[in-house]
Design a protein around this ligand. Structure first.
Ligand SMILES: [Zn+2]
Length: 188
């Protein structure tokens, strides 16, 4: 799922949790939402920012003037080094790691122990990201839920980056959910 949709879903889930739970005392409603939204972006930043640095170092230099900006953006988006060269293996390892449910569970357990205030936003933000990507990554970016212990990939139903229909449905569902949940508040 695209990064903006991850943040919107995480914010929506976090807001509903905060409205319906009395155990979320300790952090303000806005802080909880902001933390969940920020942590829902983190799984992608973990590998995309290093790739951006790698791409810039590798593809920069004098020839950069000759290339067109749009193909750079496309390459960076699809983690390609131009001419459909796949990303280096270490980028994929970071990707599988940051998108692993095993990593999510272990990190959540550690946070619960050493930094409990962040444990729930981490579970909501990072966890909602992984659930959404599990459904919407079908090709070589299919999630490996137990990585690095077990490398078996679990293909989703669709690859969101190739499916206009999925993105329309995703944003349509978001808009519908927001209308059902908050429409009454706006009309009151
Ligand atoms: Zn992702």
């Amino acid at each position: 799922m695209d990064t903006a949709a991850h943040a919107l879903w995480a914010t929506l889930v976090a807001d509903q949790m905060a409205r319906h739970s009395s155990t979320l005392a300790g952090s303000s409603h806005a802080e909880f939402l902001a933390a969940c939204a920020a942590l829902s972006l983190a799984p992608d930043f973990c590998y995309h920012l290093p790739f951006l640095a790698y791409y810039t170092a590798k593809m920069g230099g004098p020839q950069v003037q000759a290339r067109d900006f749009r193909s750079d953006v496309r390459n960076i988006f699809y983690l390609r080094l131009g001419d459909d060269q796949p990303p280096p293996a270490w980028i994929m390892r970071v990707y599988f790691f940051s998108h692993s449910f095993l990593f999510l569970t272990v990190t959540w357990g550690l946070l619960f122990w050493v930094w409990p205030a962040v444990a729930l936003p981490f579970l909501v933000g990072w966890g909602s990201h992984l659930v959404a990507d599990l459904i919407s990554h079908r090709d070589e970016y299919s999630l490996r839920p137990l990585y690095p212990l077990w490398g078996r990939a679990v293909p989703g139903f669709v690859s969101w980056y190739y499916s206009r229909r999925f993105n329309l449905m995703n944003y349509g569902t978001l808009a519908l959910a927001a209308t059902v949940l908050y429409g009454g508040i706006a009309w009151r």
